[in-house]
Design a protein around this ligand. Structure first.
Ligand code: NDP
Length: 333
C-alpha cells in the first residue's frame, strides 16, 4: 500500500513510519504546513516527495491511503479532501473538534466506498485483547466495575499545543480520555451511558485542563472510573476489571509499546496471563490493509472514533457544568 503522510508529526516519526514499512507499505509523500519542515522531515525519513500543497499530494494517483496526524483542528478538512480524492483514510484521534464534524468524515468515507479508520492503538495491544478474551470466556463472571489509571507525565517535547492551545484541540480530555473511552468500550463491549466528572489545570495546562477524573455508568450497570493527566511523574498506568468471580489487573499496559503484565485473581489464586507482544501500531496498520483488501475488520473504525469523542465531550461538559451528562453519540448512536 502506498501512503501519503498528512502532518510531519512526532507520532508519525516515532511509530507510524516504522509501522507502515513493517507492513510492506511505501511512504511516497509527506505534506506539512511548512515547506522547509516538509523537506527536512522527508530527508530524515527517506520519503521521496514533500510539500505544502495537499491537493497536489492527493492528485498523486499512486497514493492509496493517507495517514492524518496533524493537530486536531486540521483533521476535518484534510480528511474530507482525501475522501474527495478517493483515498482511504487512517486518522488520528481525536477525529475532530466536534461530534458532527467527526461523523461527517466517517459518513463521507462510507458514501464514497472508502475505508476510514481511527488510530486507537491500545485496542491493538496483545494485553488488552487478552483481557477481553478472559472476560468473554466468563473467567471473572458478571462485570461490576473497571478502573482506568492513565495519568502520565507529558514529555517536554510534547509540551506544545496540547497544553496551550484549545483551538488546536489541546487538553488532556481530547488527548487521553478518548483513549480511555475506547479501551472501556473495547474491553467491556458496551458504550458508556452517562458520566460525572471533575477537571483541573494544575500547573502544566495553560487555558486547558491537564487532569481529569470521571465515573461512567454502563448500560449493564457496571461502573467505570477514568483518571487521566499530563502531570503525574510516578503514577504508573493500567486498568483493572472486577467481576463477581474474579478480578483482572493489567499494569503498565496503557502504553505505545507492547509492555506490561496481566494478572487474573479468582478464588483459586493468582495467575499470570501471557499475551502477544506484537507492535500495537503495526497491528492497526495490518488490519487497515486487510479492510482495504476486503479480508477483515478494522481494529478501530471511524464510528469507534466518533464514539470515543462523544464520551470525551460528555466528560468535559460534565466537568465544566458540575452536572451528570448523558453521552450523546449523535449519528453513531
Ligand atoms: P506534533 O506536535 O508532533 O505534530 C502535530 C503537527 O505539529 C505536525 O503535523 C506539524 O505540522 C507540527 N509540528 C510538529 N513538530 C513541529 C516542530 N518541531 N516545529 C513546528 N511544527 C511542528 O503532534 P503529535 O505527533 O504528538 O500528535 C499529532 C496527532 O496525533 C494528534 O492528533 C494527536 O492526538 C495524535 N496522536 C495519537 C497518538 C496515538 O497513539 N494514537 C499518539 C500521539 C499523538 P506540519 O504538518 O504542518 O509540519
Amino acid at each position: 500500500m502506498k501512503w501519503a503522510l498528512i502532518g510531519a508529526s512526532t507520532i508519525a516519526a516515532q511509530y507510524m513510519i516504522p509501522a507502515f514499512r513493517a507492513q510492506k507499505g511505501e511512504i511516497v509523500r509527506v505534506v506539512s504546513g511548512s515547506a522547509d519542515r516538509a523537506k527536512s522531515y522527508a530527508a530524515e525519513h527517506g520519503i521521496p516527495a514533500s510539500g505544502t500543497d495537499l491537493d497536489e499530494a492527493l492528485a498523486d494517483s499512486s497514493v492509496d491511503a493517507v495517514y492524518i496526524s496533524t493537530t486536531n483542528e486540521k483533521h476535518l478538512d484534510q480528511a474530507m479532501a482525501a475522501i474527495g480524492a478517493g483515498k482511504h483514510v487512517l486518522c488520528e484521534k481525536p477525529l475532530a473538534m466536534s461530534l458532527e464534524d467527526a461523523a461527517s468524515m466517517v459518513r463521507a468515507a462510507e458514501e464514497a466506498g472508502l475505508v476510514f479508520a481511527t488510530n486507537h492503538h491500545l485496542r491493538c495491544s496483545g494485553s488488552h485483547r487478552a483481557v477481553r478474551q478472559l472476560i468473554e470466556d466468563g473467567r471473572i463472571g458478571k462485570i461490576l466495575s473497571m478502573r482506568i489509571f492513565h495519568a502520565v507525565h507529558l514529555p517536554p517535547h510534547l509540551q506544545g499545543w496540547r497544553i496551550t492551545d484549545p483551538g488546536a484541540g489541546g487538553g488532556v480530555i481530547p488527548d487521553i480520555t478518548v483513549h480511555n473511552a475506547d479501551v472501556a468500550r473495547f474491553i467491556l463491549g458496551e458504550d458508556p451511558q452517562a458520566v460525572v466528572a471533575q477537571m483541573v489545570s494544575s500547573g502544566m495546562g495553560q487555558g486547558v485542563e491537564d487532569s481529569a477524573m470521571s465515573v461512567w455508568a454502563m448500560p449493564s450497570g457496571a461502573m467505570v472510573m477514568s483518571h487521566e493527566s499530563f502531570t503525574h511523574r510516578f503514577a504508573g498506568n493500567g486498568f483493572e476489571v472486577h467481576g463477581t468471580e474474579g478480578s483482572i489487573f493489567a499494569r503498565n499496559v496503557m502504553s505505545q509499546d507492547p509492555l506490561g503484565e496481566v494478572e487474573l485473581v479468582t478464588e483459586v489464586g493468582s495467575e499470570a496471563i501471557e499475551f502477544s507482544r506484537h507492535d500495537l501500531y503495526g497491528q492497526g496498520v495490518s488490519q487497515f490493509i486487510d479492510a482495504v483488501e476486503g479480508r477483515g475488520p478494522l481494529a478501530a473504525s471511524g464510528w469507534d472514533g466518533v464514539k470515543s469523542l462523544a464520551v470525551a465531550f460528555a466528560v468535559r461538559e460534565a466537568a465544566r457544568t458540575g452536572t451528570k451528562q448523558t453521552v450523546d453519540y449523535g449519528a453513531a448512536a
